[in-house]
Design a protein around this ligand. Structure first.
Ligand SMILES: N[C@@H](CCC(=O)N[C@@H](CS)C(=O)NCC(=O)O)C(=O)O
Length: 209
């Protein structure tokens, strides 16, 4: 294998890694798994990523990198001029700060919204309460990004980074599902990011345009 291989699934957090690799300009092959069919839990894929999750990036020497933040760091260092990960220490720290916010405060916070039964022992109305609380937590976190974008085109105020790509994914999914991401600055940010040619192509392919 001489190219990078990205294992992903459409309309999942694997899309973030797809966007990052594309904007980094790293030559790679994209392989899709059907999560609904459980392909990510089959032995062949578990041998690649024992977590049974996408994204997973396989390097030509067989090294496997999982977790969006790690993949973004790899892409930034492998394609230093691309800007997906700023080279200055503060810029890099800020980018990782936003990436971590995206994974922990939004993507993870949303999970109980979609599978409330996994987060409560039950009782009348418990699942609805869990789902509502999840949505409220994520909405409060999205307000942080809305405020940060006041008077700025990107989260760091400079060229777009991996953090902006993650935010684009979050607000695209949030808007699609009606659970946030449509406040003025977030909507304008999404529109700007979605107009980038490589981003637009991926969003169109995944039915997210
Ligand atoms: N912390 C991971 C999250 C990865 C993740 O949750 N992937 C989901 C797709 S949205 C997945 O593969 N879920 C299948 C499962 O956990 O069974 C990251 O940021 O990459």
């Amino acid at each position: 294998m001489s190219r990078l291989v990205l294992w992903t699934s459409t309309r999942t957090t694997g899309t973030i890694a797809r966007l990052v690799l594309a904007e980094a300009g790293l030559d790679h092959e994209t392989r899709f798994l059907a999560l609904r069919e459980g392909e990510h839990k089959q032995p062949d894929f578990l041998a690649i990523n024992p977590k049974g999750q996408v994204p997973a990036l396989v390097l030509p020497d067989g090294t496997v990198i999982t977790e969006n933040i790690a993949i973004a760091l790899y892409a930034g260092l492998a394609a230093p001029g691309s800007g997906v990960m700023p080279a200055d220490p503060v810029g890099m720290a800020r980018t990782v700060e936003w990436l971590s916010w995206g994974v922990c405060s939004i993507v993870s916070a949303w999970q109980p919204r979609f599978m409330p039964g996994r987060f409560t022992a039950g009782g009348e109305g418990a699942e609805a309460d869990v789902a509502t609380a999840a949505e409220e937590r994520a909405a409060a976190a999205l307000d942080i990004a809305e405020a940060a974008l006041e008077g700025r085109e990107t989260l760091l105020g400079g060229p777009p980074t991996a953090a902006d790509l993650m935010l684009l994914f979050i607000t695209t999914m949030g808007s699609l599902l009606g659970i946030g991401g449509d406040t003025p600055n977030l909507a304008a940010h999404r529109e700007r990011m979605a107009a980038r040619p490589k981003v637009a192509a991926i969003l169109a392919e995944e039915g997210l345009a």
